[in-house]
Design a protein around this ligand. Structure first.
Ligand code: V47
Length: 391
């Protein structure tokens, strides 16, 4: 890659931004100043998405150079039974409906034993909300994962599941979290945030918690000492203003807690959902979403291009539009595949390395908390050193 401070590179960036009407925003970006809500809206409205992408790539390279993070992980969706009836979801089933399933703790243990010869460092466990699952079930599945692989990091439970778990425990979440941690919970994934705006929630997922409840739960998670991720589900009925509102609310919470590690824009997949008449985002919408996330969320260290959802070619491009992480090997994904994703359900570690290199980046295997496990970059040796976070 051309060095970041190569004068002709910055000139090219300024010229493209000027031509796109983003001169004032480019000035702020180059001066490391925070963008406000009006700037964010301009980034969404700008007719030249490539100019937005170039600015985001500048920030991405300033923070992470050419490094691109991945991990060796395994997703387990422990049940698809759900009572939330979200209109964007193809994964949910009602109890007794054809295709409904619930994995027992023993089945989860077995799934992790089945991959014992693979160097999996993280299990990502999320699922639907099935109110009949008792509190003990959630503790048991955490223990089952640890029994199968004592060293594995368990990243589990979205904020929605955590609210449900506390309800089942009949105690406030701050009292319950230490018990989940004791049973094996290591961090929380970013799902379930959708779009915080009340209008979108009322139209698309009115049985789910509000955006404010998601944020309040994330605050409690961070206060309990856990790291988590955050997401936004884009490309359905939301407006650019509602996306800006979502991003600035995430940024405000991050200013308070510093607990978010990664932001993941999730592209809506319409197949088999109640919103199947909507087209979903284009590739350029997806790349712009990654870029706006990188530019607005100046306090969140990483931006993830989730390859399962984007496809591998778009995830490769995203590594030059603001993303520095591609998620991992995954093994068994159901939420996006039920909604029509055409990507494979798993990818080998070696393949991840190859396509990160093809994208002109240096692959770095990380653990869930972004400690470096292996790097193709000699400067990151010795292995085990903490990965750089914010510049
Ligand atoms: O919460 C559901 C979304 C999320 C659809 O934290 C849909 O590292 C698009 O959150 N089209 C689950 N999106 C996935 C998720 C995630 C994925 C990878 C990594 C991490 C992380 C988190 O998927 C749900 C919901 O927002 N979703 N249905 C759909 N049809």
């Amino acid at each position: 890659m051309i060095p970041l401070d190569a004068p002709h590179d910055l000139d090219r960036l300024r010229a493209r931004a000027r031509a796109a009407g983003l001169e004032a925003i480019a000035k702020k970006v180059l001066a490391r100043e925070r963008l406000d809500a009006a700037d964010a809206l301009e980034l969404y409205r700008c007719p030249d998405p490539y100019a937005v992408g170039m600015l985001a790539n500048h920030v991405r390279e300033r923070m992470h150079g050419d490094l691109a993070y991945f991990n060796v992980n395994q997703h387990i969706n422990y049940t698809n039974v759900c009572n939330k009836l979200c209109r964007f979801c193809a994964f949910q089933r009602l109890p007794g409906q054809e295709g409904a399933y619930i994995f027992s703790p023993e089945q989860i243990e077995q799934k992790l034993r089945d991959t014992a010869d693979e160097p999996v460092t993280e299990v990502h466990m999320v699922a639907g909300i099935y109110p009949r699952l008792p509190y003990e079930y959630y503790l048991d599945i955490l223990r089952a994962a640890k029994r199968a692989r004592p060293d594995i990091h368990v990243k589990a439970f979205t904020m929605i599941e955590l609210m449900q778990i506390a309800r089942r425990a009949k105690r406030p979440l701050p009292e319950v979290l230490p018990e989940l941690i004791e049973a094996g919970l290591g961090s929380c994934p970013g799902g379930g945030a959708e779009v915080f705006a009340d209008r979108v929630q009322a139209e698309g997922y009115h049985l789910k918690n509000t955006g404010q409840q998601w944020l309040d739960t994330a605050r409690q998670v961070h206060e309990a000492g856990l790291r988590s991720n955050c997401t936004m589900l884009h490309g359905h009925i939301e407006t650019p203003e509602e996306r800006v509102d979502h991003l600035t609310r995430l940024r405000a919470l991050q200013d308070e807690t510093g607990g978010f590690q990664t932001y993941i824009p999730l592209s809506f997949h319409p197949d088999n959902t109640e919103w199947s008449h909507l087209p979903g985002p284009t590739a350029l919408d997806e790349l712009r979403e990654i870029a706006v996330g990188r530019l607005v969320l100046d306090n969140i260290p990483h931006i993830k291009a989730y390859w399962i959802m984007l496809t591998i070619p778009i995830a490769q491009l995203a590594l030059s539009w603001g993303a520095d992480d591609v998620d991992g090997t995954v093994v068994e994904e159901r939420i996006y595949h039920d909604a029509g994703a055409t990507t494979p359900q798993r990818v080998a570690r070696q393949e991840l390395l190859t396509w990160i290199r093809e994208a002109g980046r240096i692959p770095v295997e990380r653990d869930t908390l972004y400690n470096v496990i292996w790097s193709a970059n000699e400067e990151l040796a010795p292995v085990g050193a903490a990965a750089p976070v914010l510049s």
